[in-house]
Design a binder for this molecule. Structure first.
Ligand code: MF3
Ligand code: CO
Ligand code: CO
Length: 270
């Protein structure tokens, strides 16, 4: 456990004032709670991966997530969150995020889908998402899913305690751009704990060496949304939830819940 006051004093002497607030530094007990919620959340995504295939509907995925979460003693956090009507987000092809499961949406050969699960367990949250390739996908579909995950994994390799928050976004956008893709700016990662979305907002773009200093004990997600074409997006006015790419190009996303330790980022849910 860090000495928060000592660290703040040290950084203030250096003239660096963009620091985590005290409540962003989780106790060992809180981290254990989030770790358990994250473990359950990972098991729910594992269950999805066993059953997802062409021919099932996104509402079938919702059923799988809902049932498995309850079976493991958790609560699906999306359900009724700010009016969200389902237990999971299912975002297909040009849907960037916050897709709403539907009986009428049948997965077909060549689709790519993000399944974003969040579980509440003992009052703590775990949040993660994965991409799934349905049957035989195009080369670009396979590549954008791969590159997005690589961008996220690169952060785990390069971000250390006392790195700066915007280093995360710098790494992600640089890597994705180098592979010919764009990064969505409007939606970011977030702190995780006893609330679904806590501070700080985790940008997926930015200038190296700027932003909040990342102290050990911080728990947050990184969840880049990466587009095949333009980074521009729009909100589906018919449901006020789902975000799509402006140009109809594909979008991929991966998300982990992470804890900053004394040595680097550790995955709590994937
Ligand atoms: N799981 C999403 C995230 O990563 C949030 C979904 S909010 C919902 O932050 F209401 F759409 F579920
Ligand atoms: Co999240
Ligand atoms: Co999520």
């Amino acid at each position: 456990m860090i000495d928060y006051d000592l660290l703040v004093e040290k950084y203030h002497k250096l003239g660096i004032t963009d620091l985590p607030t005290r409540d962003m530094i989780k106790t060992e007990e809180e981290i254990e709670g989030i770790r358990e919620a994250g473990r359950i959340n990972t098991l729910v995504l594992d269950e999805v991966s066993k059953h997802i295939r062409a021919g099932i509907s996104t509402d079938d995925i919702n059923d799988i997530v809902h049932k498995k979460t309850l079976e493991l003693g958790g609560i699906p956090a999306p359900l009724n969150y700010e009016g969200f009507p389902k237990s999971v987000c299912t975002s297909v092809n040009d849907a960037v995020c916050h897709g709403i499961p539907s009986k009428n949406q049948i997965l077909k050969n060549g689709d790519i889908i993000n399944v974003d699960c969040t579980t509440i367990y003992n009052g703590y949250y775990g949040d993660a998402s994965r991409m799934f390739l349905i049957g035989a996908c195009s080369d670009v579909a396979k590549d954008i899913c791969k590159v997005t995950k690589e961008a996220l994994d690169l952060c785990l390799k390069e971000i250390k305690p006392y790195s700066r928050l915007r280093d995360i976004g710098y790494i992600i956008e640089k890597y994705c751009k180098a592979h010919g893709y764009s990064v969505v700016h409007e939606i970011g990662g977030h702190g995780v704990g006893k609330d679904f979305h806590e501070d700080p907002f985790v940008y997926h773009f930015g200038k190296k060496g700027t932003g909040m200093v990342l102290f050990p004990g911080m728990v947050f997600t990184i969840e880049p949304m990466v587009n095949e074409g333009s980074r521009r997006v729009f909100l589906d006015a018919s449901n006020d939830w789902t975000i799509y790419t402006d140009d109809g190009g594909l979008s991929a996303q991966w998300e982990y819940t992470l804890v900053m330790t004394e040595t680097g980022l550790e995955i709590l849910s994937y």
